[in-house]
Design a protein around this ligand. Sequence first.
Ligand code: MN
Length: 253
Amino acid sequence: MQILLCNDDGIGAAGLIALARRLVELGDVYVAAPDTERSAASNALTLAHPLRARPVDLPVPVKAAWAISGTPADCAKIALANLMPQTPDLVISGINRGPNLSVDIFYSGTVAAAFEGAFKGIRSFAVSLDNFSADACYEAAADWGLRCIRRLLELPIEAGRVYNINVPGIDPQQINGVRITRSGLVDYRENYDHRVDPYGRSYYWIKGNPEIVDQSPECDIVAVKAGYVSITPLKPDLTDFRLFELLGDAKDF
Ligand code: MN
């Protein structure tokens, strides 16, 4: 199997290396990752600058790895279009430092890189760990990620989708299992710190803890907080089909 591995935390990220180390068990792994951290880049593309793809050596027996001077979406697209010898069977992104749940899916560069695979009709996976600390255990998260990916590949899953996997950032022994989830609903409150710089000028810094609005157990964020690995199947088509039907009956605009 040919696998493209991307991320948004950058080519040197511990989560990327930990996941690559396990993915080589599944097939030939090619890594295309940003040369610096590009978290929260969403599906942004670089249009005004050239992209450089610098071959790098990783401490893992991958087929090839490139550090790319662009966004996560740039990395996935250029790897699929130019760098890989053929279209991969899987596109996998992660392991991200921090969760990608609920509306954060829209901002995530990790999920965005996986969507570039889905746009091409490839089975794609995003893996994130709900832990921002430097001593987060990416090896345990990679075990869960690989376990989920292997199991999903046994099932008749659709191509052209992103399977968004989030691993709780708790003691691996405390993880309860896997829950198939839907994207949850959260509300970010007070999400910018207002500060004053040494020259008396205002500035703002994003922060924020999501308040869970929908507490249903099948929501991604609820499952992760309850100690379950969450798998949410995502599709590129954002159409609200209920409203599509409803509005279709009221066409006289
Ligand atoms: Mn990130």
